[in-house]
Design a protein around this ligand. Structure first.
Ligand code: DX5
Ligand code: ZN
Length: 215
């Protein structure tokens, strides 16, 4: 799969619904919604209420929520039946048992994604990957848009792709942070399926930019 899922993080709140329409009219069919608790990362981003409003006022699209929060359950509970994928950070769980309990509780209610920060090794999560529908590899430190892509993320994408193919797993690789006309093709070539694009695409969206990302 080769898809672009724009993030609305860099867009002012009042303009996010309009931006959603613009993006969907350009042929986008997946949008990435960033949720922040102001603890796991410093900032706040899009609230659940706003995600629901956008859903109710825009054409159908695949929705994923990237939950940058220490208490992901609280958020997941609120988005069941609203978004398609709920992605939680590996780093907020005490250990793998706690994470597996979380999976058991929610896997039949919503598609689950697992996100790893730049300093979390892929090897740490490979044994539990089979429980998820999506792996989100962060290619910048989570917290804000407009940062520079961390090159070693490419090795992580390759390792994940190899592992997924070897084990015949049905799981998408999404990459988030610093995606632009230079880094997108590198990520797709390394084996990514879905690239999140914030500032590059959404600050001045155009069909040409979308094409640049997909070429
Ligand atoms: C960062 C967010 C990203 C962000 C990406 O913590 O998870 O989704 O919007 O923005 P860019 O594409 O500008 O790096
Ligand atoms: Zn994100």
């Amino acid at each position: 799969m080769k898809k672009i899922s724009p993030s609305l993080l860099s867009i002012e709140k009042e303009k996010r619904l309009d931006m959603t329409h613009t993006l969907l009219n350009m042929g986008i069919d997946w949008i990435h919604y960033d949720y922040m608790d102001a603890k796991f990362v410093e900032n706040r981003a899009i609230e659940i209420k706003e995600i629901k409003e956008i859903k109710n006022n825009s054409q159908n699209h695949i929705m994923d929520i990237h939950i940058m929060a220490y208490e992901p359950k609280k958020i997941v509970e609120q988005v069941i039946g609203v978004v398609d994928y709920a992605t939680v950070h590996y780093e907020v769980f005490k250990d793998q048992n706690e994470l597996l309990d979380f999976v058991k509780e929610y896997q039949n209610k919503i598609k689950l994604g697992l996100s790893i920060k730049p300093n979390t090794d892929f090897l740490e999560v490979q044994n539990i990957l089979k429980h998820f529908d999506l792996l989100l590899i962060m290619s910048v430190e989570p917290g804000k848009g407009g940062q520079t892509f961390i090159e070693h993320s490419l090795d992580k994408i390759k390792s994940a792709r190899d592992f997924i193919n070897k084990n015949n797993l049905d799981i998408l690789i999404q990459v988030d942070g610093g995606i632009n006309n230079f880094t997108a093709s590198k990520c797709f070539n390394a084996g990514a399926d879905v690239l999140v694009s914030g500032s590059y695409l959404t600050l001045e969206p155009s069909v040409q930019k979308l094409k640049n990302l997909l070429d």
